[in-house]
Design a protein around this ligand. Structure first.
Ligand code: HEC
Ligand code: HEC
Length: 250
């Protein structure tokens, strides 16, 4: 576009030389008049998902996320993590860090942690606060979950996942996040989807798939070999967080 063409687009002075003339069509003028008659609150409306998108650009989060190996992409992160947990992470409060094996550290953004975390969740239709669990942790089911993640008669998940102060048994494989931290992190729907087929969620992951296409488990004697029931038992166990008992690790 030439300079002259740009000039044509600038507001022209009206004949009286005071107010600029924008060249609005009649319909645009009518819309402006209608807007001027409102309380103009819509100009200040806070749109959380848009806020989060903007902040990710402004703060250059993608310099790490989506670029470096082993880093979560942020476009789907609101489907995975609970907003309360993201808020604590963004504020710099999560200790120890979930992935101590990564050479980089997540910087803290305390002033923006809350609206950013809520915006990331709301971008996927989640409420700014996680819906509370319908009931307290089911202790019997959690005990089944503990057996399922352990070695003897379980899936040996603890080969890769630490539990509280216990290191995973085979860190050299592909380390997962310590189980004591997982319950507070994950949205329940994500947990189910991940457990049924981790590769569908993350084609690069080295976490094995434990259940077949018909949601059946090889451990046929536990909860009727029903994958979803076994996954829920593991979830109940993980919800115990730091109160969880150590599973059988040898
Ligand atoms: C210097 C690199 C770097 C930058 C910049 C960065 N992060 Fe991170 N982020 C990390 C690292 C490293 C982790 C993993 C920390 C861990 O798990 O121990 C992480 C983890 C996260 C997680 C949790 C992901 C998960 O699955 O556990 C979220 C959410 C996140 N970052 C959001 C952001 C947002 C939003 C921004 C910008 C405001 C941002 N990060 C900027 C390095 C970075
Ligand atoms: C071969 C190693 C390995 C085994 C065995 C394994 N996992 Fe994983 N798991 C991983 C890796 C790698 C990740 C992704 C880590 C990351 O996000 O940085 C993961 C992620 C997870 C997550 C998501 C955690 C979060 O907070 O983001 C859950 C839940 C999980 N695993 C549960 C299990 C359960 C339950 C078992 C046993 C049935 C199991 N894993 C067995 C390697 C393993």
């Amino acid at each position: 576009m030439t300079v002259d063409k740009w000039k044509e687009r600038l507001p022209r002075r009206r004949a009286d030389g005071k107010s600029p003339h924008f060249g609005f069509a009649p319909a645009q003028r009518a819309a402006l008049r209608a807007f001027a008659a409102t309380d103009r609150q819509s100009l200040q409306r806070h749109e959380p998902a848009e806020f989060a998108r903007r902040q990710i650009r402004v703060l250059n989060c993608n310099a790490c996320h989506g670029e470096l190996d082993g880093f979560a992409k942020l476009d789907l992160i609101g489907l995975k993590l609970r907003p309360e947990w993201m808020q604590l992470l963004l504020a710099g409060y999560i200790k120890p860090r979930p992935r101590p094996w990564l050479p980089h550290r997540m910087p803290a953004f305390p002033a923006r942690a809350k609206p950013l975390a809520q915006g990331l969740a709301q971008a996927h239709g989640y409420a700014p606060r996680t819906v509370p669990e319908p009931a307290a942790v089911n202790a019997k089911l959690a005990e089944v979950g503990r057996q399922l993640v352990g070695v003897d008669g379980g899936f040996s998940c603890i080969a890769c996942h630490g539990v509280k102060n216990r290191e995973p048994l085979q860190v050299f494989e592909a380390q997962g996040i310590n189980f004591a931290q997982v319950g507070a992190r994950l949205q329940p729907e994500f947990f189910l989807r991940w457990m049924l087929d981790p590769l569908r969620v993350d084609p690069q992951t080295r976490m094995p798939t434990y259940f077949d296409k018909d949601a059946r488990s090889v451990l046929v004697d536990v909860l009727e070999g029903d994958a979803k029931k076994q996954i829920e038992a593991i979830r109940q166990y993980l919800l115990l967080g730091n109160k969880m008992k150590i599973p059988v690790m040898q």
